[in-house]
Design a protein around this ligand. Structure first.
Ligand code: IPD
Ligand code: CA
Ligand code: CA
Length: 266
C-alpha cells in the first residue's frame, strides 16, 4: 500500500503521540488506586499528545491551519488546508484504564476531509484513508459491512451523560433503534467507533453533539471503505450540526429513518 507524503506525515504524528499516550496509559493504571485519582495526570497526557501532533504536522506543513481540541484554532496562511485533531479521543476510557481510545488526525482541503488517521496505541491498530485511495487497517484494505437488514446489525452509538447532550431525545432514538437491531454498543471513543464502521466491525453508528475533531478522520475512513455518512437530517452538514449517522448505503438510510421516528404517544 503506497501512502502519499501527507498521509505519511499524519501517520508519523499519530504514532509518536500514540507512543506517549501508551506510556501514560500504563501510569494511569497505577494511579487508579490513589485517592486523588488520575484526572490531572490524564489532562497532562492529553495536552502532551496534542503538542506532539501539532509540532509534527506544523513542521511538515507550516502554512496549514490547525484545529485541535485542546488549543485555540490557528488559521493558516494557506487558506485551503486545515488539520483537524483530537489528540486523545475516548478520554473517559483512558482515565478508567479501558484500552479503547485513539489519536485522530484529519486533513481538510477546501472544506472537504481528504485524509484521515485513527490510531489506538493500546491495540496497535492504525486506520488510514485518503480520498480515492481506499481505507486500511494497518496494511489490510477494509470495507464497510455488507449486511442489508437492520435486524442483523450491530450498531454503535454515543450516550449522553451528566451535563452532556439531550437525554430525553436520545432515549427516544434508542427506543426506536434497539427494537430493530441485533445489538447496540457504546464503546466510548467516537473516532474509533467510526473507524470500526469502516472496518465492518460495526454495521452502523449514530451520535449527536459531537465536534469536528471527533468525526473528521472517521468520515473519510468510512467513505473510502465504501460507506455513507450524513447528519441526523440526512444532509452533509455534519460539522455544522455535530451529528452523524453512518453505515453502508442501505443501513445508513435505514438507521437515519429509525432514529428520527417521532416520540411515541404511549
Ligand atoms: C468523546 C468521545 C465519546 C463521545 C463524546 C466525545 P473525548 O471525546 O468520542 O465517545 O461520546 O461525545 O466528546 O472527550 O474523549 O475526546
Ligand atoms: Ca473526542
Ligand atoms: Ca479528546
Amino acid at each position: 500500500m503506497a501512502r502519499s507524503a501527507l498521509l505519511n506525515v499524519m501517520v508519523q504524528a499519530a504514532l509518536k503521540a500514540g507512543k506517549s499516550l501508551a506510556r501514560d496509559f500504563g501510569e494511569v493504571q497505577n494511579l487508579q488506586v490513589s485517592v486523588k485519582g488520575p484526572s490531572d495526570f490524564v489532562s497532562q497526557a492529553d495536552l502532551k499528545a496534542e503538542k506532539i501532533v501539532h509540532d509534527e504536522l506544523m513542521k511538515a506543513r507550516p502554512t496549514y491551519g490547525f484545529l485541535g481540541e485542546e488549543s485555540e484554532e490557528v488559521k493558516g496562511t494557506d487558506g485551503a488546508h486545515r488539520w483537524i485533531v483530537d489528540p486523545l479521543d475516548g478520554t473517559t476510557n483512558f482515565l478508567h484504564g479501558i484500552p479503547q481510545f485513539a489519536v485522530s488526525i484529519a486533513l481538510e482541503r477546501n472544506g472537504e476531509v481528504v485524509a484521515g488517521v485513527v490510531f489506538n496505541p493500546a491495540t496497535d491498530e492504525l486506520f488510514t484513508a485518503e480520498r480515492g485511495g481506499g481505507a486500511f487497517l494497518n496494511d489490510r484494505r477494509i470495507r464497510v459491512a455488507a449486511r442489508r437488514a437492520l435486524s442483523d446489525c450491530v450498531v454503535g452509538c454515543g450516550v449522553p451523560h451528566l451535563g452532556r447532550g439531550n437525554h430525553g431525545k436520545f432515549l427516544v432514538e434508542l427506543r426506536h433503534v434497539m427494537g430493530e437491531v441485533a445489538g447496540i454498543r457504546r464503546l466510548g471513543a467516537a473516532a474509533l467507533d467510526l473507524a470500526y464502521v469502516a472496518a465492518g466491525r460495526l454495521d452502523g453508528f449514530w451520535e449527536t453533539d459531537l465536534s469536528p475533531w471527533d468525526m473528521a478522520a472517521g468520515i473519510v475512513l468510512i467513505r473510502e471503505a465504501g460507506g455513507f455518512v450524513s447528519d441526523m437530517k440526512g444532509t452533509t452538514d455534519i460539522f455544522g450540526s455535530g451529528n452523524i449517522v453512518a453505515g453502508n448505503e442501505l443501513i445508513q438510510k435505514a438507521l437515519l429513518e429509525v432514529a428520527n421516528r417521532p416520540v411515541p404517544t404511549r
